[in-house]
Design a protein around this ligand. Structure first.
Ligand code: NAD
Length: 348
């Protein structure tokens, strides 16, 4: 069965998910909803993507010479499922106004409140929970990275006593010229916990986690400093092996390979010819992995613009119940060019 998908919101996340959908052979991109006939609309047309817009904007597109294939309602009547990648809060409005009245299934993003979906989703953590659901929320970039990391250990049978994570958030995405900070460190938020810990609990309810976050003047990646305390003793060798085996987690070595900053990790993704220079995996700094008895300390980079892309693809298959967890994760990784060497795709 080929799943017909529409994407509403063609920004940082939406355009990447659109490209990813086009790389799959079991999912078809019917079209995307754009609000304005700008350069991104022109690029979409060049890529062969059909554009849809709101009734009252069709004329605007026609005047700009950009072909529209129909209204949002037309798109909704042609798809099995919608991926909503609109700005925070708009997804919930769209659900009430557009998707629910037409009975269209939808996948939302992490900027929405968790109650927008019947379940919050991370493929490694809780794929099965999303099977057959109508509304699913893929958690945000930071939550995705933390959920993958924690799942890596849980899937290997480790028992976690508690997780503490300190997050330096990128100030803005590269194209967001009006956002900051450009010369500051912002308490983001000043209160503890930041929303990330409770958000991890929407996908892994049992884990004891507290997070704190600041925003810093970079657009490259987020950086997490994580402390995981286990029920029993662990060794550094075991921890590294778990990370090496787990899909969507990569180790970057500072002393041997000279990865000394996040910019160099993104440079690697560019050098590797990754689309847009994106890095969809967690980038764990291998040298930072340190074990004291039952505690692990490590740092990981999180490429906010792309880390949720594979999760959106898996969420489609879970919602439509077309494939099992590991088959889907493997297929997604294979088709998106995510590193698969040494990874275990059957950690049931
Ligand atoms: P964005 O601003 O880059 O893109 C959103 C797009 O939706 C824009 O093109 C905007 O014009 C369009 N849009 C707004 N209202 C619309 C509507 N009613 N109908 C159709 N299109 C509409 O935002 P983004 O960064 O892609 O974020 C989208 C979602 O993904 C948010 O929930 C966000 O929290 C989440 N997310 C973002 C990141 C990130 O780092 N950028 C990472 C993970 C998750």
């Amino acid at each position: 069965m080929t799943v017909k998908v529409g994407i509403v919101g063609y920004g940082t996340i939406g355009k990447r998910v659109a490209d990813a959908v086009m790389r799959m052979d079991d999912v078809e991109l019917v079209g995307v909803v754009k609000q304005s006939p700008d350069y991104e609309a022109q690029v979409a047309i060049k890529k062969g993507i059909r554009l849809y817009t709101y009734e009252d904007r069709i004329e605007k597109f026609e005047k700009a010479g950009i072909k529209v294939s129909g209204s949002v309602q037309d798109l909704l009547s042609r798809v099995d499922l919608v991926i909503d990648a609109t700005p925070d809060g708009v997804g919930a409005e769209n659900k009430a106004k557009l998707y629910e009245p037409r009975g269209v299934r939808a996948i939302f993003q992490g900027g929405e409140e968790s109650d927008v979906g019947e379940v919050s989703f991370n493929a490694l953590a809780n794929y099965e929970m999303a099977v057959g659901r109508r509304y699913v929320r893929v958690v945000s970039c930071n939550t995705t990275a933390l959920s993958r990391l924690i799942s890596a250990f849980l899937l290997h049978g480790y028992r976690i006593r508690r997780v503490r994570a300190y997050i330096a958030r990128r100030g803005a995405d590269p194209r967001e010229f009006k956002k900051g900070p450009i010369n500051d460190v912002v308490f983001n938020p000043a209160t503890v916990p930041s929303h990330h810990g409770p958000d991890v609990n929407t996908v892994i309810p049992t884990v004891n986690i507290v997070t704190m976050a600041i925003a810093v003047p970079t657009t490259i990646m987020h950086l997490h400093m994580v402390n995981i305390e286990f029920e029993g003793q662990v060794t550094r060798g075991e921890v590294v092996k778990v990370l090496e085996e787990t899909p969507r987690i990569l180790l970057f070595n500072a002393s041997r390979d000279k990865f000394e900053s996040l910019a160099q990790i993104i440079e690697w993704a560019r050098d590797m010819g990754r689309p847009r220079g994106d890095l969809m995996e967690n980038a764990v700094i291998e040298d930072s992995v340190t074990v004291y008895q039952n505690e692990v300390f490590l740092m990981q980079g999180v490429h906010q613009e792309s880390i949720v892309v594979p999760e959106n693809i898996d969420a489609i298959r879970a919602v439509m119940n077309t494939m099992g967890k590991w088959e889907s994760i493997r297929k997604t990784d294979e088709r998106l060019g995510i590193v698969m060497t040494g990874k275990n795709y059957n950690m049931a």
